[in-house]
Design a protein around this ligand. Structure first.
Ligand code: NAD
Length: 301
């Protein structure tokens, strides 16, 4: 497909674990993609897919219909919006910014208002489904913001996900994502407890998982992360550090709204324990190592 025949042009900022897969799906769907990442290798690695390498957010936004960000945390998104060569001063031609990272809903509303001042729409559209969902273009995308802006972003979402939901005004996407994350963390904790008790009872853990998956205890976490937990494989996937960031955002939101979340508080302290033992860069399945330590088992025994 020649550039003239492209469906539209997206600036894509943040080409890490999730972003690179999502950008490739946009390219495959026929969009032109102008990419920027502070890690030059993340950009050059996608040249073979047709991604145009750019030197800053402003450079990526030049001539683009939409700018999509997929960055670790709130300060990274704020620097891409407000910083030198940022999107506030140099928005995409289509005057539409979509942040797909998981960040603070308060920061989203502030950026939404500041961008609106210069005639730019912001949609917060965090995702669920992990790297596998990103690779299979099967993400669940929960979007907050104005209906007209959502309608313009929706075709791009369709290239990256399967469940696309407009959940309300600016910040609503993040509010839903935070609910999603507390379910994921507490569910993972429940699986850790079942595996710890099953192991101590002398039960075969693969069989235990199969039984649970066939009944009312089944879950995405048990299905996708169970094998790595049982095998003691802590590498790869959604990092402990990123979930800790999300749990901090959950707690901030809950405290601001005076909603007690005792389950979240408990599992957060287990994630803190995991990080203190050097597991921050490991995948979330490494939460089981907290139970290894509590039951005096070698981590990969
Ligand atoms: P990542 O750390 O793998 O990728 C982030 C990328 O952003 C990196 O390539 C980094 O170099 C780049 N970056 C950082 N600061 C930048 C800046 N100022 N300008 C340009 N690029 C910059 O993270 P990820 O796993 O892809 O996650 C991205 C977001 O998606 C996070 O908010 C995370 O919570 C969320 N998320 C992740 C998963 C997952 O399973 N990994 C699932 C759902 C949601």
């Amino acid at each position: 497909m020649s550039n003239d025949e492209k469906r539209g042009c997206a600036a894509f900022i943040g080409l890490g674990t999730m972003g690179r897969e999502m950008a490739v799906h946009l390219l495959t769907a026929g969009y032109a993609v102008r990419g920027f990442d502070v890690n030059a290798e993340a950009v050059s690695g996608l040249a073979g897919h047709g991604l145009v390498a750019c030197s800053s957010p402003a450079d990526a936004a030049r001539g683009a219909d939409i700018a999509i960000t997929m960055l670790p945390d709130t300060p990274h998104v704020e620097s891409v919006v407000y910083g030198e060569n940022g999107l506030l001063a140099s928005p995409p031609d289509g005057r539409l910014v979509v942040d797909m990272s998981t960040i603070s809903p308060v920061a989203v509303r502030r950026m939404h208002a500041d961008l609106a001042q210069v005639g730019v729409a912001l949609i917060d559209a965090p995702v669920s489904g992990g790297p596998v969902g990103a690779r299979n273009a099967a993400l669940s995308i929960m979007a907050g913001g104005d209906a007209e802006a959502f309608a313009r972003a929706e075709p791009y979402f369709r290239a990256m996900g399967t469940t696309i939901t407009h959940v309300g005004a600016a910040g609503a996407g993040q509010a839903v994502k935070l609910c999603n994350q507390l379910v994921c963390a507490i569910n993972l904790q429940a699986i850790c407890e079942a595996l710890a008790l099953g192991r101590a009872s002398g039960v075969d853990l693969d069989q235990l998982r199969t039984v649970l998956l066939g009944g009312s205890a089944s879950s995405w976490m048990l299905d996708r992360l169970g094998p790595a937990m049982i095998a003691g494989d802590a590498s790869a996937g959604f990092r402990i550090d990123l979930m800790l960031k999300d749990l901090r955002l959950v707690q901030e939101q809950a405290q601001a709204l005076a909603v007690p979340l005792p389950g979240t508080a408990l599992v957060t302290s287990q994630y803190v324990e995991a990080k203190a033992h050097g597991e921050g860069a490991n995948g979330n399945q490494a939460l089981f190592r907290v139970y290894d330590r509590m039951t005096n088992r070698a981590p990969d025994a």
